[in-house]
Design a protein around this ligand. Sequence first.
Ligand SMILES: Nc1ncnc2c1ncn2[C@@H]1O[C@H](COP(=O)(O)OP(=O)(O)O)[C@@H](O)[C@H]1O
Ligand SMILES: [Mg+2]
Length: 221
Amino acid sequence: MPDLRVRELSVEYGSGGEVIRPLDGFEMSAPPGSLVLLLGPSGSGKTTLLSCLAAIQSPSAGTIDFGDIAVSTLAGKERTAFRRHTVGIVFQAFNLVPSLTAAENVMAPLLAAGVGWAGASARAASLLERVSLGHRATHRPGELSGGQQQRVAIARALVHDPPLILADEPTAHLDHTQVEGVLGLLAGLMDGERVMVIATHDDRVLALGGQRVDLGRRTAR
Ligand SMILES: Nc1ncnc2c1ncn2[C@@H]1O[C@H](COP(=O)(O)OP(=O)(O)O)[C@@H](O)[C@H]1O
Ligand SMILES: [Mg+2]
């Protein structure tokens, strides 16, 4: 039963002799099957925290554990395996490859992990169905709406059925009509023991419920 535990986490950025510390002794924990909403204004450290949770970035101090994985000290192959198989990330700006079709974007992480073309193709087709985009599989990102692009990105984040899902302001670039579909999809991912952490300063996301952690105030509530 993987739970997420963050202890005494600090991140320092040095820029021109000045030190910025967006996270300073930060603590958080999330039981299996739970949702955390990371709140706080721009610059409060939401993206920094998600990058640490995803093992994209190493903290300056403190520990992150997901189940029995010591995320903050992962290195080499184990770090690659964690990022590939354990965590799924949904970015604010979708981060789809513009020259690839929706299906190819979803297939990409599977092919990178050594899955064969036929298997990757079948998996992508079923995930695009799951996000209601089966009929757009051969479209490129430029031919899709923002909401559709974000749904492709969610499908891509799900390819390895990761037990940890991180989303960085997933509704920031979506208009009113697109937000509902994306929120419904995110709500649908809250199954089983999966832990989901969503950074947002969009009040519409609060409807998902979950534990709120306000980085602007530095207190969990
Ligand atoms: N790579 C970096 N180098 C220096 N400062 C950074 C870097 N990334 C973020 N910061 C600073 O850290 C603070 C937190 O940024 P960020 O985590 O992006 O916050 P948020 O996602 O809540 O807007 C900001 O002051 C930002 O300018
Ligand atoms: Mg951010």
